[in-house]
Unconditional design. Structure first.
Length: 156
């Protein structure tokens, strides 16, 4: 099926697609920031995670098309010979990167684009669940700071 726009227009459209600060990235960042979770966007780490949540959690915000979401992915009907290997390679790379980072001691969380759109709190819930200890959960805003100063770790 031929493209519905000319080459120059398609080039201009594609050049505006950026890797960083997409709508989903901004939504996740704003939610974490509003929840007072210490995090860093786009840390310079292997695999290029989208978010580093202190002390050891890496979050990847996977687009439903590019990473073949089992719920919403629809394979392209044109240029199948190009897209099938490309998308299969993305899935293989995701698994390889996640495995390597876990072996290095990182907690890896992958969240689908549709999950962030529908329920941004999902990122906080899954990050808190991955927090390995009470110390880490404190940096995720799970423990009242006054309770920490008094030696208690009672949850909010």
């Amino acid at each position: 099926m031929p493209d519905i726009v000319d080459v120059a227009t398609r080039s201009r459209i594609m050049s505006r697609i950026t890797k960083k600060w997409s709508q989903i990235d901004r939504k996740a960042h704003n939610f974490l920031k509003g929840s007072k979770v210490r995090h860093e966007m786009y840390p310079k780490l292997p695999g290029s995670p989208d978010i580093f949540v202190y002390p050891n959690i890496l979050v990847f915000l996977d687009g439903c098309f590019w990473h073949c979401c089992p719920r919403c992915f629809r394979p392209p009907k044109s240029r199948v010979a190009y897209w099938h290997p490309k998308l299969a390679g993305n899935k293989r790379r995701d698994k390889k990167i996640s495995r390597a980072l876990r072996q290095q001691g990182w907690k890896v969380i992958r969240i689908w684009e549709h999950e962030i759109r529908a329920k941004p709190s999902e990122i906080l819930r899954r990050t808190r669940r991955a927090a390995p200890s009470a110390l880490a959960r404190r940096s995720l805003g799970c423990v009242r700071l006054s309770a920490v100063a008094q030696g208690s770790t009672r949850q909010r």
